[in-house]
Design a binder for this molecule. Structure first.
Ligand code: COA
Length: 154
């Protein structure tokens, strides 16, 4: 499996995955502008030409992990950890002090995934999602955080 920058040629597969994973998928144009964003990291995990997952992050002082998804059949194999480790490396290159993300209160798998990788819940953003669900904001420091087991593995 390779982690590399997302290109326009990946967008058909990325959109298929995005629609399969999320209730309110991003539009293609969002990914397109993120590919071209100067202070961003928009990456895919690819194997044999198939996109297994992707991540979108941006920001300088504070890195915002805006999107992360892995194909359902490929979960639990470390793909998400590797994508996240690459976003952490981007944050380090950007000299960001911290990273944050929003996750649905009901998304217990993702909340645990992030908690196991150094993110702590900081506050709730009430009614953040289209269906009125709250978002949990989770944050971690970029430097000085001990490397987690999964990052070391990746
Ligand atoms: C969150 C997500 C990106 C993780 O990707 P992944 O490739 O499965 O991640 P990894 O294989 O590196 O690690 C998976 C972790 O979740 C656990 N896990 C995997 N599938 C699970 C399941 N069905 N139930 C409970 N835990 C599960 C694994 O045990 C592992 O735990 P660990 O923290 O002890 O290592 C993936 O589950 C996903 O795409 N979810 C849907 C989209 C989403 O929620 N994105 C985040 C929005 S903020």
């Amino acid at each position: 499996m390779t982690i590399r920058p997302m290109t326009e040629a990946d967008l058909d597969q990325v959109m298929e995955l995005e629609r399969a994973v999320f209730l309110h998928p991003w539009r293609r144009s969002f990914f397109l502008s993120d590919i071209n964003r100067p202070q961003g990291s928009t990456i895919v995990a690819v194997e044999d030409g198939f996109v297994l997952g992707y991540a979108v992050a941006w920001g300088t002082e504070e890195t915002h992990l805006a999107n992360l998804a892995v194909s359902e059949s490929e979960r639990g194999k470390g793909v998400g950890s590797k994508l996240l480790a690459e976003v952490v490396a981007f944050a380090q290159r950007s000299k960001a002090e911290s990273m944050y993300l929003e996750v649905r209160v009901s998304n217990t798998i993702a909340r645990k995934f992030y908690a196991n990788r150094g993110f702590v819940p900081t506050f709730l953003r009430k009614g953040y999602y289209e269906n009125g669900e709250d978002a949990v904001i989770m944050e971690r420091e970029v430097e000085g955080e001990p490397q987690t087991k999964s990052e070391a593995r990746g």
